[in-house]
Design a protein around this ligand. Structure first.
Ligand code: B12
Ligand code: SF4
Length: 433
């Protein structure tokens, strides 16, 4: 008999959350491998196209499909009580899910997407509601929280955990054989405005603050044919904006990104591409910049973190300031809008003493592009995350919260001062443009 599988993307419990092209891509990709072999339903708490969310005021999408989630204030968890910010629950109300499960259930399996480690409260809420409504259903968790905090996730009450990117144990558990070249199950959404693609897996660098080198054994490209089939599927569904979720999209670009973008141009596919997960500017050549702009890349997020060579060398030598400056020149001469080029800089990293953060912000500003402070989230199992055990209990995933950690390290006033400086620099830029 065809199994009935419910896919759930949980609500987020956090100080802040914004729909920055957020989609449960790991879960949708996994479900895509079972296309035609299971009867799927989806409940995405973060779906801003859901009639409830779409009818809320001030929650419209911006020109690239991003926007604010519906949210409700909730009490701060005890361990985050001293953080002077409001804690909230982002996503569709719980009652909508309860009605949905009562109407559509029961299910044989529920897949739950887990994302940031410090978002596990939303996962717990979904497990509780499923257990109440369909006690027989087998609950399966996969994604980043499970991968990075497996001991914690084991206590969540789920029946099966998919850790890392190897899905073989899952196929065994389900008693099925997958079709691995299928695209993600995008058609499970009733209405969709944003899609995601991932052309590669892993990253050749070993930055000391990042979990990617531990999770993916080595960098590899995904089959181009499969990525193009997924692009075609998204295009047929009428998607206008696609975000890349790759960790190292530009690495070995000749093998996958360049042929992919050439096909986009050849097939005259008109979508806006975005790179929220940061591109490594070191690999941007003038020809690649031209091709990216020609194929429709609209927003360019570049991982920079610090102007300090000392800080860069100590954390993995991902990029140096002259490489960022060169890449920005190439992008602007290729026709990218300076206002749509942003460099991320980590705020609240434990080596802030050598990071020269203010100088980094001024350097980025001098290139005529926007800066964005990326609050540091300490990640267990990474050298820098383990170093943070001196400040926070790393075995409690809520303490990986990106809003909380910079405040714990630097204090509320200093964190705000740096954020204000970043805002002022960006404002100065927009008044000059
Ligand atoms: C895309 C991405 C984002 C997106 C948002 C993604 C989202 N939907 O929320 C953006 C760019 C907005 C983002 C932001 C941030 N991110 Co981020 N992000 C990622 C990234 C690259 C992919 C996450 C993802 O969707 N994975 C799912 C898919 C794409 O991965 P996959 O390997 O193909 O999945 C396979 C298996 O794992 C499995 N699987 C995955 N999910 C599921 C689910 C089920 C049910 C099953 C059965 C199987 C399964 O199936 C797949 C098989 O191919 C990861 C790094 C990584 N490579 O995972 C970091 C990562 C999750 N991010 C991280 C960080 C630090 C951040 C930021 C804090 C950075 C910053 N300071 O601004 C912010 C936080 C945002 C916030 N509001 O709090 C950290 C984790 C931090 C933490 N404590 O959890 C990661 C791990 C990167 C790192 N530095 O190590 N991020
Ligand atoms: S380059 Fe990016 S993805 Fe790769 S290890 Fe460094 S931070 Fe992680």
């Amino acid at each position: 008999m065809t199994p009935r599988i419910l896919l759930v993307n949980p609500p987020i419990y956090d100080f802040a959350a914004y729909d920055f092209w957020l989609k449960p891509y790991g879960m949708l990709s996994t479900a895509g491998n079972l296309r035609g072999k299971a009867d799927f339903k989806l409940f995405d708490y973060l779906d801003r196209m859901h009639p409830f969310a779409a009818n809320q005021r001030h929650r419209e999408s911006d020109q690239w499909g991003r926007g604010r989630f519906y949210c409700e204030q909730v009490p701060n968890p005890a361990c985050l009580e001293t953080i002077p910010r409001y804690f909230r629950r982002f996503g569709l109300p719980r009652s909508i899910f309860e009605d949905f499960v009562a109407k559509e259930g029961p299910f044989d399996f529920v897949f739950i997407q887990t994302t940031m480690t410090y978002w596990y409260k939303g996962v717990e809420e979904v497990i509780e509601d499923i257990r109440k409504a369909c006690p027989q259903t087998k609950i399966i968790l996969g994604g980043n929280y499970v991968t990075l905090c497996v001991n914690h996730a084991e206590k969540s009450g789920a029946d099966f955990l998919v850790r890392g990117a190897n899905l073989d144990p899952l196929w065994k558990y389900l008693g099925t054989s997958p079709e691995l070249n299928q695209p993600a199950l995008w058609e499970v959404y009733e209405k969709l405005n944003v899609g995601v693609l991932k052309l590669t897996e892993g990253c050749p660098f070993k930055c000391t603050y990042c979990s990617v080198p531990n999770v993916y054994s080595k960098f590899k490209t995904r089959p181009l044919k499969r990525s193009l089939a997924e692009l075609e599927l998204l295009y047929q569904l009428g998607i206008e904006n696609i975000a890349f979720y790759d960790d190292a999209l530009l690495f070995e670009a000749k093998k996958v990104l360049i042929p992919f973008l050439n096909e986009v141009v050849k097939r005259d596919i008109k979508v806006n591409f975005h790179s929220p997960n940061a591109l490594n500017a070191r690999f941007i050549t003038s020809r690649l910049a031209e091709l990216m702009v020609q194929a429709g890349l609209k927003t360019f997020y570049l991982g920079f973190e610090s102007v300090s060579t000392h800080w860069q060398k100590r954390t993995g030598s991902k990029i140096f300031p002259n490489e960022l400056a060169q890449a920005v020149k190439y992008l602007i001469s290729a026709g990218a809008e300076p206002a749509n080029i942003t460099a991320y800089q980590i705020l609240g990293h434990p080596y802030i003493d050598i990071q020269q953060l203010e100088a980094s912000m001024h350097f980025v500003n001098s290139l005529g592009i926007r800066g964005m402070l990326a609050d540091f989230s300490p990640i267990p199992g990474t050298p820098d995350g383990e170093y943070c055990r001196r400040w926070v209990d790393m075995d409690e995933p809520l303490m990986h919260n990106k809003t909380a950690f910079p405040i714990i390290l630097l204090g509320f006033d200093e964190t705000n001062r740096l954020k204000d400086l970043q805002r002022r620099l960006n404002r100065k830029l927009s008044s000059n443009q």
